[in-house]
Design a protein around this ligand. Structure first.
Ligand code: NAD
Length: 493
């Protein structure tokens, strides 16, 4: 059985621990490899390696660090297909979808390559007589990233591009479900000229995460994953004195007003509901149909669902792949056995070619009761709910009462209604006739409420702020002739 190793000190490292975790091919249901589960000692070695390498990396000039990011960007660009195929083979998403993930990850290397401009700080001349004040952004030291299965290339790039270019050492703990792409990215960073030891990967699960959270040399933790784990990582990490940003789960609503272009809204609902088999944190999982639009909208969505081709990532015609694991597929399917909605399209009934893989065809459930599990849980699979409401105000109330606040979208032709929605709604990312409003890399990504624990969003300007701390220098070149003893508190006037 193929063993997936760690990456420490610029090379692959076989672990000393005995625990191995299975890595499946979701399209066949078979185990295709085993990934090492790092022990606390192995995590310590990775952190210590990063700690030892970081001072020299921090001392490298900004243009040198930016140059590494430029090269990394070019290498990722040149390896798009290889990265996409590798991650599809473990995740199950179609290769075209995986290529989209790589493209969105690449944006982060492009943004980070602009660090010489972005890390300039500020300077105030003559803040007081003969006194200048200026601020500097300095790296934190060693920072860690803990990432989910659903974006094994993009989410690590959200984190490490900014963290590295700012002069930090980095330890990545990828998802144990699709770990291989982390090693390919590590090798591309090495080939970009990143000094050995600055970037490290420890494979594994909770044991590795707990060791990172306990390690005093880890100064900050970025986490993306489910809400319960995000909350616990935020609480433990901050208790241990670390800076933490922990992005959690989601329940994203797509509000469709009566004046919307219904075919376009149906296209968007199906694309955003079933792309990547609904395993996206920005997937639309609830369509909120306002007033008279509901009947036609449900009909148009159902028609489109019937045309989705489900198949293995290796099938060039497939539009939707399998789910990540058998237990997850069974959990998603079990919602359809419950109460609280009218099943319009039943994914349990579909004849899915692809053998014993973790496939589940798309389902549509209408007239969902917001008190039912369809609505209260993050299903994270190809089950799209429709909640019918009477008015715009009812739709806003529904979204704002929901405990999650990652993304939301409104579909309307009325600019005033869209503007009001953007004002009213309690979510971190809003789409206007755009169903998956993932911000471009020069903004930042983050939800509100139970979708993010911490203060700063991920990547973009917030990301650089997260991975640096501010130092403010107050400076005077004294004139001995005017020097005197003054016990008063320093005044600026
Ligand atoms: P997960 O929470 O199960 O795992 C995420 C990471 O945490 C993995 O590296 C895993 O090994 C580790 N982990 C799991 N359980 C742990 C525990 N008890 N203690 C410490 N570490 C633990 O999430 P997942 O299933 O890999 O990913 C899907 C979830 O991630 C969904 O809820 C989805 O909405 C969310 N997600 C959110 C965003 C976002 O930006 N908000 C983006 C992608 C995914």
């Amino acid at each position: 059985m193929r063993q997936i190793p760690h990456w420490i000190g610029g090379r692959e490292v076989a672990g000393t621990g005995t625990r191995r975790l299975p890595v499946f091919d979701p399209a066949t249901g078979e185990i295709q490899a085993e990934v090492l589960a790092a022990t606390a000692e192995e995590v310590r070695t990775a952190v210590e390696t990063a700690r030892a390498a970081q001072p020299a990396w921090r001392a490298a000039s900004l243009s040198r660090r930016a140059e590494v990011m430029f090269r990394f960007r070019d290498l990722v660009d040149g390896h798009r297909k290889e990265i996409a195929s590798l991650l599809s083979s473990e995740h199950g998403k179609t290769v075209a979808d995986a290529a989209g993930e790589v493209a969105r990850g690449l944006e982060n290397a492009e943004f980070a390559a602009g660090a010489p401009h972005l890390l300039k700080g500020g300077y105030s001349e003559q803040a007081a007589g003969g006194v200048d004040v200026y601020s500097i952004q300095q790296p934190l030291g060693v920072v860690a990233g803990i990432t989910p299965f659903n974006f094994p290339a993009m989410v690590p790039m959200w984190m490490f591009c900014n963290a590295l270019v700012a002069g930090n050492g980095f330890v990545l703990k990828p998802s144990e479900k699709d770990p291989s792409v982390s090693l390919l990215l590590a090798d591309l960073l090495r080939r970009s000229g990143l000094p050995d030891g600055v970037f490290n990967v420890v494979q594994g699960d909770k044991e590795a995460v707990d060791a990172l959270l306990a390690d005093p040399d880890v100064k900050a933790v970025s986490f993306v994953g489910s809400t319960p784990v995000a909350k616990s990582i935020y609480e433990t990490g901050t208790r241990n004195g670390k800076r933490v940003q922990a992005l959690g789960g989601a329940k994203n609503h797509m509000v469709v007003l009566p004046d919307a272009d219904v075919p376009a809204a149906a296209d968007a609902a199906v694309s955003a509901g079933f792309g990547s088999a609904g395993e996206r944190c920005m997937a639309v999982s609830v369509v909120v149909a306002v007033g008279a639009v509901a009947d036609t909208l449900v009909e148009e969505i159902a028609t489109r669902i019937g045309r989705i081709k489900v198949g293995a990532a290796s099938d060039p015609d497939a539009e939707m792949g399998p789910l990540i694991s058998a237990p997850h597929r069974d959990r998603v399917r079990s919602y359809l056995d419950g109460e609280g909605g009218e099943i319009v399209v039943d994914g349990r009934e579909a004849d899915i070619s692809g053998g014993p893989g973790f496939f589940l065809a798309p389902s549509l459930v209408d007239k969902v009761d917001p008190a039912s599990a369809y609505y209260t849980d993050e299903i994270f699979g190809p089950v799209l709910s429709v909640v019918r409401v009477d008015t715009y105000d009812d739709a806003v109330q529904l979204v704002n009462d929901n405990p999650w606040g990652n993304g939301t979208a409104i579909f309307t032709r009325d600019g005033g209604a869209a503007r009001q929605f953007q004002y009213d709604i309690e979510c971190g990312m809003v789409g206007v006739n755009v169903p998956i409003p993932v911000p471009v890399a020069y903004y930042s990504f983050g939800g509100w409420k139970a979708s993010l624990f911490g203060d700063l969003h991920m990547y973009g300007p917030d990301g650089l702020r997260f991975y640096t701390r501010t130092k403010v220098v107050t400076s005077r070149w004294p004139d001995p002739a005017t020097s005197e003893v003054d016990l008063g508190f320093p005044k600026v006037r």
